[in-house]
Every structure is written in structure tokens, then in C-alpha cells.
Design a protein around this ligand. Structure first.
Ligand SMILES: Nc1ncnc2c1ncn2[C@@H]1O[C@H](COP(=O)(O)OP(=O)(O)OP(=O)(O)O)[C@@H](O)[C@H]1O
Ligand SMILES: [Mg+2]
Length: 136
């Protein structure tokens, strides 16, 4: 079900962020998310895609519809093979940045979504998965 919404976007340039944002917006609306939640999901995706460009140079975003029998949701997975994050718990804290940024990307994305899993290995890369469920 909803297999047509499944999508993979290479994240390498600013224009890829535009493509990713559009794919997420279209996917979320097709799954029945309202405008406010769709905007939240697009904003979270933007931050995670931007981190890939900033820290890992390139990676991918995979958009995946979720259906667990009673609920419909959306899952976005951001994968890169960049430098990795030595301490994820620290990186998730508001204000932590190794680039002089605001340190709001990861905590902001977590707040905007319902679930976030981040896995990273130094020298190997980072995978961040976020999910949001549709309000009934
Ligand atoms: N894909 C990634 N690869 C390697 N390090 C990452 C990645 N994403 C985040 N980080 C690390 O986690 C830190 C926190 O990320 P976060 O997005 O919260 O803040 P920021 O990018 O520094 O600033 P902001 O997003 O507010 O402009 C980053 O400074 C960076 O050290
Ligand atoms: Mg960031």
C-alpha cells in the first residue's frame, strides 16, 4: 500500500534540499497529513538534510509510508557515510554545535516529529530516522 509514495533522494547540494522538501511535502499530503503537520515534517527533513550537506558532504533521504493496522505515518531516514557523531546524546542537546551553528537542528527535528532514532559511528557515518503518525 502506498508504494508509489516511497522515494529516495540524493542529498548533496542546496537544490537537493529543495527536491527533498518537495518530496516530503507531497508524500505527507498524499498520506493525509494536514498542513501544519506537513510543515513540521518538511522543516525536520530540511534540518536533517542540511546536516548531511554540512557535515557529511553527501548522503540520501528515504521516504517511507508507515501502516501498522490502525495508524498511518511517515518515516524519513537520512543516511550518510561522513565523519559520524562521537556523542549523540550531546549532539541532541539544544545549543550544541561543532560548526558555530545554533545547535537546534537535531533537537528541533526531534520536537517536530513523534519519534527519532540516531545511530552513528565515528569514521563510518550517521543514520537518523524520524517518524510521525497522522492524527485521526
Ligand atoms: N550528519 C551528521 N554528521 C556528522 N555530524 C553531525 C551530523 N548531524 C549533526 N552532526 C553534529 O551534531 C551537531 C548538532 O547538530 P544540529 O543540527 O543540532 O546543530 P548545528 O547543525 O550545529 O546547528 P543548526 O542546525 O542549528 O544550524 C553538529 O554541530 C555536528 O557536530
Ligand atoms: Mg544542523
Amino acid at each position: 500500500m502506498n508504494a508509489t509514495i516511497e522515494k529516495e533522494v540524493v542529498i548533496k547540494t542546496e537544490s537537493d534540499i529543495v527536491v527533498a522538501r518537495r518530496a516530503v511535502r507531497e508524500g505527507a499530503s498524499a498520506l493525509g497529513f494536514g498542513l501544519t503537520d506537513t510543515t513540521r515534517i518538511v522543516t525536520a527533513a530540511s534540518e536533517l538534510a542540511r546536516n548531511i550537506i554540512k557535515y557529511a558532504v553527501e548522503g540520501t533521504m528515504v521516504l517511507h509510508p508507515l501502516e501498522d493496522g490502525t495508524r498511518t505515518g511517515i518515516e524519513l531516514t537520512f543516511v550518510d557515510h561522513g565523519p559520524g557523531i562521537p556523542d549523540i546524546a550531546k549532539a541532541m542537546k539544544e545549543g550544541f554545535s561543532t560548526s558555530g551553528g545554533f545547535g537546534m537542528g537535531l533537537p528541533g527535528a526531534k520536537r517536530l516529529m513523534d519519534e527519532m532514532d540516531a545511530q552513528s559511528a565515528v569514521g563510518q557515518g550517521t543514520t537518523v530516522t524520524v517518524r510521525k503518525w497522522r492524527r485521526q
